[in-house]
Design a protein around this ligand. Structure first.
Ligand code: UDP
Length: 490
């Protein structure tokens, strides 16, 4: 069935944090490859970060436009340029950031009203609660994009529905009711909305919760074969309107796109790949804890010394942020970097993660279990060492370790809320890290089985986005449904 361009004209509104906008930029490319004309509304900072990726996509013939709106830093009491969750000089500014998010409604709405042709749908990040009101005013179907997988969605849904959290003690293990597997958590392992931290976000979480179901449907960055039973159950919850269209990052094979994914890599990618070229296949542990996690010095030391004690070669990403000078001082005084020369590579700032994970020398991924990182590890066919920290990361750990059987945990017991990095109860020990690394990198029966399963899942992930694969078909069906809806409205 052929559709006029005005019926396949989608607008994307990402949330302003790397883990949210990166998959939405990938989504823009994936939809455009299916013939959709895509406009993505971003802040000036993100326009700079993603400008060259989009320019390359446009040069290759895709119809994608980045539209900029002024992010209201000043009005919300944020320093100039503080336009993304990873740019905050201190997490004390998180309430201001939440305020700026809400103040974004007005300038974005103004922009949307002037768009010609009218969008056939708007795909909005779940955390932008005001988009429910905006889509309603403009009478445009709202599609919710939630950075989580179907397992995590279903866990949250069942936790709210059952009210189980109201009757349990913080450290009391409980099984989430109504899931395909017996997944056990404690309350202290749950996301902020059910297990609040020290920062007062006002009614931010409540607004998100109230508006997350308002809309025509949901698109998810996952593939069906990965978590079919959870996809099926979640579809029932959403009345069928769930489209699994990932892994979105596999939409591009361009080396530059992988290098510049989300930000400029801090180190010459070729130097990093050359270092990996010198290592044996499947021998290196890549350790990176995402774009937002800020580690205390004490936790960093445990991580570094745990990697050292494991005896395996490693790449360790050291984030720049609030306490980076403390960490750098320790690295220097302890002589860690010098001692690890030839076996351990420290990457400062932003790592070219997707490039690194796809290198044949990488045999294990020590991850904080952010969903993008987890999906990137799965797609690369690499077993994982899981170190969940906040958000829904404990759910993702369960998917990796218990449901898929492709990882081992370092022994993280409770969420480290933003701003609570110094809390000793949350600290993971060097022994925990060393043991999990040893078990994942082990070449005995357990390690080999895990590795084999991880490689099989990696192949499935790649097949799902190829022509005829499940995510390819879901993307096409999603576009067709929206186009028909838009046509019928006219
Ligand atoms: N990322 C990267 N280099 C880094 C840190 C992160 O490329 O040094 C990318 C990573 O590949 C992933 C995203 O940033 O796509 C992080 O998203 P995720 O959901 O894993 O975690 P978050 O940062 O949101 O906690």
């Amino acid at each position: 069935m052929a559709f006029k361009s005005e019926h396949t004209n989608f607008v994307l509104i990402p949330f302003m944090a790397p883990g949210h906008i990166i998959p939405m930029i990938d989504m823009a490319k994936s939809l455009a490859k299916h013939g959709v004309s895509v406009k993505t509304i971003v802040t000036p900072l993100d326009a700079k970060r993603f400008g060259s990726v989009i320019e390359r996509a446009v040069r290759s013939g895709l119809s994608i436009q980045l539209l900029q709106f002024p992010f209201p830093c000043e009005e919300a009491g944020l320093p100039p340029g503080c336009e993304s969750g990873d740019c905050m000089p201190s997490y004390e500014l998180l309430p201001n950031f939440a305020r700026a998010i809400n103040l974004s409604q007005e300038p974005v709405e103004r922009m949307l009203k002037e768009l010609k042709p009218r969008p056939s749908c708007i795909i909005c990040d779940r955390h932008l609660a005001w988009t429910a009101d905006t889509c309603n005013k403009l009478d445009v179907p709202r599609i919710v994009f939630d950075g989580m997988n179907c397992l995590a969605q279903l866990v949250m849904h069942n936790l709210y529905k059952s009210n189980i959290c109201e009757s349990i003690f913080p450290m009391e293990p409980f099984i989430v009711p109504g899931l395909p597997d017996a997944l056990e958590f404690t309350k202290l392992q749950l996301p902020d909305s059910l297990n609040p931290g020290p920062i007062d976000y006002g009614d931010f979480h409540e607004q998100v919760r109230k508006t997350e179901s308002i809309g025509y449907g949901v698109v998810i960055n996952t593939f069906e074969e990965l978590e079919q039973r959870y996809v099926d159950e979640f579809r029932k919850v959403k009345g069928g309107k769930v489209w699994c269209i990932g892994p979105l990052f596999l939409c591009s094979d361009d080396k530059l796109d992988k290098t510049e994914r989300g930000n400029q890599a801090s180190m010459d990618s070729d130097r990093c790949l050359k270092w990996l070229d010198g290592m044996k296949p499947d021998s290196v542990v890549y350790a990176c804890l995402g774009s937002l996690s800020r580690m205390s010095l004490g936790q960093f030391i445990e991580l570094a010394l745990g990697l050292e004690a494991s005896g395996h070669p490693f790449i360790l990403v050291v984030k720049t942020g609030e306490n980076s000078s403390e960490i750098e001082n320790w690295i220097l005084e302890d002589g860690f970097e010098e001692r690890m020369k030839g076996r351990g590579l420290l990457l400062r700032g932003w790592a070219p993660q997707v490039l690194i994970l796809s290198h044949p020398s990488v045999g294990g991924f020590l991850t904080h279990c952010g969903w993008n990182s987890t999906l990137e590890g799965i797609s690369a066919g690499v077993p994982m060492i899981t170190f969940p920290m906040f958000g829904e990361q404990f759910f993702n750990e369960k998917l990796v370790v218990q449901v898929l059987g492709i990882g081992m945990g370092v022994g993280a017991r409770i969420v480290t809320h933003m701003g609570e990095e110094e809390k000793p109860e949350a600290r993971v020990t060097r022994d925990g890290i060393m043991t999990a690394v040893e078990r994942v990198m082990d070449t005995g029966r357990g390690g080999n089985e895990r590795r084999k399963r991880a490689k099989e899942l990696g192949e499935m992930a790649k097949s799902s986005v190829r022509v005829g694969g499940s995510s390819y078909i879901n993307t096409a069906m999603f576009i067709q449904e929206i186009a028909e809806l838009s046509q019928s409205k006219q």
